[in-house]
Ligand binder design. Structure first.
Ligand SMILES: Cc1ncc(COP(=O)(O)O)c(C=O)c1O
Length: 388
């Protein structure tokens, strides 16, 4: 039941709301279940897990299928979407499903910190080698592919330093050489970057961010092509990763308004990034839609928009001044994650094992749905406090 030719907004509203799952309600309800009862032994033995097939709570109910189907419809060319209990699990589980001892994975050097940690601890213990690469390597990735390389991880834009990758070039080389590609597409979501159509095999998102949208749910999703979907879905079941139906429901609830929200985040973030560029205290503004951001040309070529998360450099401030600046903000919460309706701030120190980050002493902002002029006034006051 795919309607991938419809517009994004229509797919966000309609996706997964099958009549057989929602009955006369507008929304598919929360179906809580561990045991599913069968009519006969024959039915029990004949049952297979999958979308629309009640079998056991681990394999989901209509609440989960509605969200999976809606996310799949946002990625033309995808076969399905597996749900996970966090965004991190939507990256680590497919990697566990596809890699074996002796394999090598290529990993961008600006990868999300906990993903790097997984690579350097659990994958390492399994004798799976992770080789870090310059996120701006583009088609130069071909030179890093060796006899045991099996996959390429991508994250675009990358965490903290926001480099935009040449995803189509990397994926086309990966296909030629028989490697899988897994993209962390959390920042853009399929609304701004339909990744499967760009040649990615597995498009993972932390649905904790823009899909949930309200800072109250941990949830991940990986949408994949027919060649990969069954393996990444089965791995979640084999590892016993159950997603609570309440959380899946919150995901669907958030998804209906995600298109509107993400465009509002975009507008606010662009206004604030522009304002920051005019401040004497600010060096680079690392926002994919602005020319200072490494890989900006790929954003312009490939993306349909930009979301609410970006970073800027505090030019000559000490770490103590940066702390004072962050602590002085009133409308920006200090905390991990992003993608909710509220603005957030984090001091950020990128970590690299190859090459150097484009800037250090960074501040990461997530621009929420507040009035941008109020956020600007808050930032102005914090600059004044930190400069005193
Ligand atoms: C780029 C990126 N990917 C993945 C994740 C992980 O998501 P979760 O917090 O749902 O595990 C995050 C969380 O901050 C993130 O920023």
């Amino acid at each position: 039941m795919t309607h991938q030719k419809r517009g994004d907004s229509t797919r966000l509203v309609e996706g997964g709301r099958r009549k057989e799952w929602r009955g006369r309600l507008v929304n598919v309800p929360v179906e809580r279940a561990s045991t599913i009862l069968f009519d006969s032994v024959e039915d029990l033995h004949g049952s297979r897990p999958g979308l629309g097939a009640y079998r056991y709570g681990l394999q989901g109910t209509a609440t989960h299928w509605a969200l999976s189907e809606a996310l799949t419809e946002l990625e033309p060319g995808a076969a399905g979407t597996a749900l996970y209990p966090s965004g991190l699990a939507a990256i680590t589980t497919p990697l566990l499903a596809l890699l074996k001892p002796g394999h090598e994975l290529l990993v961008p050097d600006n990868v999300y910190g906990p993903t790097r940690r997984f690579c350097d601890t659990i994958l390492k213990r399994l004798s799976i080698h992770c080789r870090y690469y310059d996120p701006l390597i583009g088609s130069g990735i071909a030179e890093l592919i060796g006899p045991v390389t099996r996959g390429i991880l991508l994250e675009s834009p990358g965490s903290l330093t926001m480099e935009v990758q040449d995803v189509p070039a990397i994926c086309s080389i990966a296909r030629e050489r028989g490697l899988f590609t897994l993209l962390d597409n959390t920042w853009a979501t399929p609304i701004f970057f339909p990744a499967i159509a760009a040649g990615v095999d597995i498009s993972a998102i932390a649905a904790t961010k823009y899909v949930g949208g309200h800072a109250d749910v941990m949830l991940g999703a990986a949408t994949a092509t027919p060649d990969f979907f069954d393996r990444i879905q089965t791995a979640a079941w084999d590892l016993g990763l159950a997603v609570s139906p309440d959380d899946a429901w919150l995901g669907s609830r958030g998804l209906r308004t995600m298109g509107l929200r993400i465009r509002q985040h975009e507008e606010g973030a662009l206004k604030i990034a522009d304002w920051l560029k005019g401040r004497a205290e600010v060096g680079l503004v690392l926002h994919p839609a602005l020319p200072d951001c490494p890989g900006h040309e790929y954003w312009k070529r490939d993306f349909k928009g930009s979301s609410g998360l970006f970073t800027f450099e505090l030019k000559s401030a000490s770490k103590a001044q940066r702390t004072l600046f962050v602590d002085s903000l009133k409308l920006f919460g200090i905390g991990y994650s992003w993608g909710g309706y509220e603005s957030l701030v984090l001091p950020a120190d990128p970590y690299r094992t190859i090459g150097k980050p484009p800037a250090v002493n960074l501040v990461r902002l997530h621009i929420g749905l507040e009035d941008p002029d109020d956020l600007i006034a808050d930032l102005r006051e914090a600059f004044d406090q930190a400069g005193r």
